[in-house]
Design a protein around this ligand. Structure first.
Ligand SMILES: Cc1cc2nc3c(=O)[nH]c(=O)nc-3n(C[C@H](O)[C@H](O)[C@H](O)COP(=O)(O)OP(=O)(O)OC[C@H]3O[C@@H](n4cnc5c(N)ncnc54)[C@H](O)[C@@H]3O)c2cc1C
Length: 575
C-alpha cells in the first residue's frame, strides 16, 4: 500500500528496505515482492506522480525544470572550465525518481560498454551476453500512438517483453525524413543505424522514447503502480532518509540494517529495521550523500564535519561523471516547428486539449525527434596524446539530438523566427568530479561538482560534435530549409571561438553516474563489489546509477533498468 505518514505503517520491520523509488528502486521493489515470502518497504522523499501533467505529458518534460514539486533543486559548484558558471542540476523527487522527469530518450548502450563493465569488475555476469536477458526483461517496443508504419526505422527483434514501453515519435516531424536521408546519402560519415539497441550504438536514427500510447512510461507507471496492492509491499512517500543506523557488528564488520527518516528537518525521526538487507537506490547524488551521513566514506572529510567515521571508503562520492551538452541553433524556413506552440497560449492549449482527448499530437512526443551517436576518426590529432576513452568501436564519442524548435536553456527563445536545435553532447567524457557533503545536516544539499569540460579530450569532442552538426545541416536535404546558424555558438567560426562559446553554453544532460563505483572484491578502489554489496559493511547493497563503473556512451535510464533487473536476481538468489 501507499502511505505518506510513518504512523500509518503497519510495522517497522521488513525483510528488505529500499531507499528511493526511482528508476532502480522500483524495479527492485517490484521484483522482490514477486516472492510472497519477502516483505518490502520503499521510502521515497518525493510525492506521488499521479496526475502531475508535467510528468505524464512527454512533450512537457522540460516544464518540470529547473525546479518544481517533483524535483530536487540542486545546483553545481562553480564550474571552472565553464567560466565559473553554476548550473542547475535537477533530479526527480517523485515516485519514479528521475525516470518520471527525464526527457524519455531510450538508449541501451553498446555491447562494448557492458563487456567493459565485466572487465572492470572482474565478473563476466556483467557482460553484454549475460545482461541481454535483463534488457529483454525490462522493456518492450510498442507502436507509435498514431499507428504509422515504422518499418526500416526500428528492428523489433532488438526489443524485449518487459514493463517499460518504448516507441518512436507518435507524430513524425518535418525533420525525420531529412535526418534519415542525409544519413543514408552520407555513407560512412553519418551512418544510418536501423536500431541502436542492437549492440552497435554508433549511427543515426529516429529517437526511441519511453512512451506508450502517447504517455510517459516510468519505473512508477510500468513497474510499481501495477503491483502497489501486493500485501507484501509498502511504499512510504514524502519522507527523506536521513542516515543508515549501525545495528551491530558481525566479526569486525559493522552491520547497517536500520534506516532513519523524517518528513522534514524539524520533524521527529523514525527508525525502521530490515531483517535481510537495506538497498540504497537514492541515485548518484542521494546515495553517496546518505552513505557519508552514515559514516561511510573518506574518514578525514567526515570527521571535519563532525560525523563519526565508521567505514573507511574514500571512493564514496568520487568519480562523478556526466555528459556535457549544449544547443546549436539553426534558423529555418518553416512554420511547422514547435516555436509558435511555446509562444502562443492558444496553440499550446489546443495541443494540450488534443493530448488530453486521445494522447496524440505534438504533446505525445518527447522533446527529441532524432539522435546520432558518432565517433571521432581514429586518425584525429587528439589521439596522439589521449587514449580513446570509449569502450570500443560500437560506442560513440559524441551525440547529436534534434529538436524541431528552439530548445531554450542558456539563451531564451527569441520572440520571432522558427528554429531547429541540434543538442550536441560529449558521451565519452574524461572529466570527473565529486559529490561531497556541505554539512552534517541531511536536509542540506551536497556539493555537486561534475568537473565539466575540464579535459582537452572533452573540449576536442565537443568541437567535433559542433562541426559534425554543421556539416550534417549543410547536406542537400536541408537546402532551402536551413537559413543560417543562430546564436553565439552559431556565430563562432574558429576552433578556439567554438570552444570559448561552449564554455558559456554547456549545461548538464542530467546523467550523473559512478559515485559509488562497482569494482572487484579486493580492489583498492570502488564502493561496492560485483554483487553490489558495500565493501566493509554487512547488510547493505547499492542498486542505482552510482554503481556504474564508467559513464556509458548512452542515456542512462536503460542501463539502470538493466542493472536493476540483474540486481533483483542477485538479491533473490542471496536470500
Ligand atoms: C531532467 C532529466 C532528464 C533526463 N533525460 C534522460 C533521457 O532522456 N534518457 C535517459 O536515459 N536518461 C535521462 N535522464 C537520466 C535518468 O533518468 C537517470 O539516469 C535515472 O533515472 C537514474 O536512476 P536512479 O535509480 O539511479 O536514480 P533516480 O531515478 O534519480 O531515483 C532516485 C530516487 O531516490 C530518491 N531519493 C534520493 N535521496 C533520498 C533520500 N535521502 N530519502 C528518500 N529518497 C531519496 C529520489 O527522490 C528519487 O526518487 C534524465 C534525468 C533528468 C533529471
Amino acid at each position: 500500500a501507499l502511505y505518506n505518514d510513518a504512523s500509518q505503517l503497519p510495522t517497522l520491520k521488513y525483510d528488505f528496505i529500499v531507499i528511493g523509488a526511482g528508476a532502480a528502486g522500483n524495479v527492485i521493489a517490484t521484483r522482490l515482492t514477486e516472492n510472497s515470502k519477502f516483505s518490502v518497504l520503499v521510502i521515497e522523499a518525493g510525492i506521488s506522480d499521479q496526475g502531475v501533467l508535467g510528468v505524464e505529458v512527454p512533450f512537457l518534460a522540460p516544464s518540470n525544470l529547473p525546479n518544481s514539486s517533483v524535483t530536487w533543486n540542486y545546483s553545481t559548484t562553480p564550474q571552472a572550465a565553464l567560466n565559473d558558471r553554476v548550473l542547475a542540476y535537477s533530479r526527480g523527487r517523485v515516485l519514479g525518481g528521475s525516470s518520471s522527469i527525464n526527457f524519455l530518450t531510450y538508449t541501451r548502450g553498446s555491447n562494448d560498454e557492458y563487456n567493459r563493465w565485466a572487465t572492470l569488475t572482474g565478473d563476466q555476469n556483467w557482460s553484454w551476453n549475460k545482461l541481454s536477458p535483463y534488457y529483454f526483461k525490462s522493456s518492450r517496443l510498442v507502436p507509435p500512438v498514431d499507428g504509422h508504419s515504422t518499418a526500416g526505422l526500428v528492428i523489433p527483434a532488438d526489443h524485449g517483453n518487459g514493463p517499460i514501453q518504448v516507441s518512436l515519435p507518435g507524430m513524425p516531424s518535418e525533420l525525420d525524413g531529412r535526418v534519415v536521408s542525409t544519413s543514408k546519402a552520407s555513407g560512412s560519415q553519418f551512418p544510418f543505424n536501423e536500431d541502436i539497441q542492437s549492440g552497435n550504438s554508433v549511427g543515426v536514427g529516429i529517437a526511441q522514447s519511453t512512451i506508450g500510447g502517447g504517455v510517459r512510461s516510468s519505473s512508477s507507471t510500468a513497474y510499481l503502480e501495477p503491483v502497489l496492492n501486493r500485501p507484501n509491499l509498502d511504499v512510504l512517500i514524502d519522507n527523506t532518509v536521513t542516515r543508515l543506523v549501525q545495528s551491530g557488528t558481525t566479526g569486525r564488520t559493522p552491520i547497517f540494517k536500520q534506516v532513519e527518516f523524517a518528513p522534514s528537518a524539524s520533524a521527529t525521526r523514525t527508525i525502521v529495521t530490515a531483517n535481510n538487507e537495506v538497498i540504497l537506490s537514492a541515485g548518484s547524488i542521494g546515495t553517496p550523500q546518505i552513505l557519508m551521513l552514515s559514516g561511510i566514506g573518506n574518514p578525514s572529510d567526515l570527521t571535519a564535519l563532525g560525523i563519526k567515521s565508521v567505514v573507511n571508503l574514500p571512493d564514496v562520492g568520487q568519480h562523478l561523471q556526466d555528459h556535457p551538452i549544449m544547443s546549436n541553433y539553426f534558423l529555418v524556413n518553416s512554420t511547422n516547428t514547435f516555436d509558435d506552440v511555446l509562444r502562443d497560449p492558444s496553440i499550446l492549449n489546443a495541443d494540450l486539449a488534443q493530448w488530453q482527448n486521445n494522447n496524440t499530437g505534438l504533446f505525445g512526443n518527447a522533446p527529441a525527434n532524432a539522435v546520432a551517436f558518432l565517433r571521432i576518426p581514429s586518425n584525429a590529432s587528439i589521439f596522439t596524446t589521449v587514449q580513446d576513452p570509449t569502450a570500443g568501436s560500437g560506442s560513440a564519442h559524441f551525440e547529436m539530438i534534434w529538436a524541431d524548435g528552439f530548445a531554450a536553456n542558456v539563451i531564451a527563445q527569441p520572440a520571432t523566427g522558427h528554429y531547429v536545435t541540434i543538442n550536441t553532447a560529449v558521451v565519452s567524457p574524461t572529466s570527473t568530479g565529486s559529490v561531497r557533503l556541505a554539512s552534517a545536516d541531511p536536509f542540506a544539499f551536497p556539493l555537486i561538482d561534475p568537473g565539466f569540460f575540464s579535459t582537452a579530450f572533452d573540449q576536442f569532442a565537443m568541437l567535433s560534435a559542433v562541426k559534425a552538426a554543421r556539416a550534417f545541416m549543410s547536406a542537400d536535404a536541408w537546402k532551402g530549409f536551413v537559413i543560417s546558424r543562430f546564436g553565439p555558438v552559431g556565430d563562432a567560426e574558429s576552433d578556439d571561438d567554438i570552444i570559448a562559446a561552449a564554455r558559456d553554453a554547456i549545461i548538464t544532460i542530467w546523467h550523473p553516474t559512478s559515485t559509488a563505483r562497482m569494482s572487484p572484491k579486493n580492489a583498492s578502489w570502488g564502493v561496492v563489489d560485483s554483487q553490489l554489496l558495500v565493501k566493509g559493511v554487512s547488510g547493505l547493497r547499492i542498486v542505482d546509477a552510482s554503481v556504474i563503473p564508467i559513464i556509458p556512451s548512452a542515456h542512462t535510464v536503460a542501463p539502470v533498468y538493466i542493472l536493476a533487473e540483474r540486481a533483483a536476481d542477485i538479491i533473490k538468489a542471496a536470500w
